[in-house]
Design a protein around this ligand. Sequence first.
Ligand code: ZN
Length: 276
Amino acid sequence: MAGCVIDATPIAVDFWKPTKAPQVRLFFLTHLHSDHIEGLTSSWRLPLYTSPITALLLKNKFKLPDSVVHELEVGHSFLIPLDEGSNNTITVTVIDANHVPGAVMFLFQGYFGNILYCGDMRWDPEMLEDPVLRDVVQQRALDVLYLDNTYSAPYCQFPSREEAKQQIFKIIDMYPDHEIKIGINTLGREKLLEDIAKRYGERILVSQEKYVQLQLLGCFDVFTTDPQQSRIHTVPMKQMQVSSHKKWNEKYQTISIIPSALYSGWKNGPYSSQKM
Ligand SMILES: [Zn+2]
């Protein structure tokens, strides 16, 4: 779900065009996927609220000053003034979105009622263990729900993370001598990559930028930037093309894996239009 200004409030979430919404005073960031930070650059100086992990990654990416990025601990509620020196406040509760590292949902409470902004959450019943959210839901007191409906269709059936991982293990098991290419975005799949590395006892090749990010996230020491040390390589998603696979195959027998929900519900396979 791309960002927006929350109706009739001075709050914006994942929305970084202040000149288009001069009434906005409070900017919130759910997570660091590129479609949620369009317009956010290293010159951003308005106060921005996000989870500590996203704050860490954001400061690393854009070198934003500490005074700009306000960390909101996940699982806690915060009272935030609407204006500098104002007595008017809102409460925001930060809830793990079960998406990528640092990703959260925001529950806003104030004169506008109760508004839940889900971001790119992956539903898990555990989310209702947050007492504030649970109370709002039980009392049916939610006024507005911002929900990403990209995959809200009966034909979009996803395996669980565990099932998807087992499917990937099965594929890699079948090709012990092949090179493996795994398509990734700038954030996400860190745990999957760790689990693959541990299962096969092999280091996984990542870019220098990804390596720094994995270190910031405190991931296990199972990654490398040296292609000589690795059979399993991560590749930016945009490079996962039939033409690239052909090229890789000329050098080494290669298996390409895209661990993504992106193509769920497509009538034709994602590469059906590309020349084989
Ligand atoms: Zn996302």
